[in-house]
Design a protein around this ligand. Structure first.
Ligand SMILES: [Zn+2]
Length: 155
């Protein structure tokens, strides 16, 4: 079998340790190392679909429920009041929503500044999220989402 050409499809398989929750239609995984922030997650459609405008009826029905549950779980697990959601679909034309914890104590991640923060980590100019803290958030997210989205995992 050939390796998938899509980087999001490719990331679904070998990074199980970063997966917080998955169902037949969705995968929530932490950003791989170096992570721009602890708690920076990617909610991905399992199917190779370009954007939310291209979801099928069942995916579209589930999307807001899954997104809302993931945002609430991240707010609690990362102990932040707000979660940003960004979907470009440029780097890979496969629906992946960046879920970004917004800590008001960290001014450098406010609104559009978070994009500069992301690039600074990517260039090695700023330290990535600590691996131990990422593991802790992953543990919290798994516990919460296993409960909150139980009905979606066994279809
Ligand atoms: Zn894909």
């Amino acid at each position: 079998m050939n390796a998938p050409a899509c980087s999001v499809c490719a990331a679904h398989e070998p990074r199980a340790e970063l997966v917080a929750w998955e169902s037949p239609r969705w995968i929530l995984r932490h950003h791989p190392h170096p992570a721009p922030l602890c708690g920076w997650f990617l909610l991905c459609a399992r199917r190779h679909v370009a954007s939310a405008a291209d979801l099928d009826v069942e995916e579209e029905r589930e999307f807001t429920r899954v997104l809302g549950a993931c945002m609430r779980a991240l707010r609690t697990s990362a102990q932040v009041p707000r979660v940003y959601v960004v979907m470009f679909g440029e780097g890979a034309p496969h629906l992946h929503a960046h879920l970004i914890p917004r800590d008001p104590a960290c001014e450098g991640t406010r609104a559009w500044a978070v994009a500069d923060w992301y690039r600074a980590v990517e260039r090695g100019e700023r330290a990535p999220g600590d691996a131990g803290a990422v593991d802790l958030i992953l543990t919290r997210m798994r516990a919460r989402l296993t409960e909150d989205l139980a009905g979606l995992t066994d279809q």
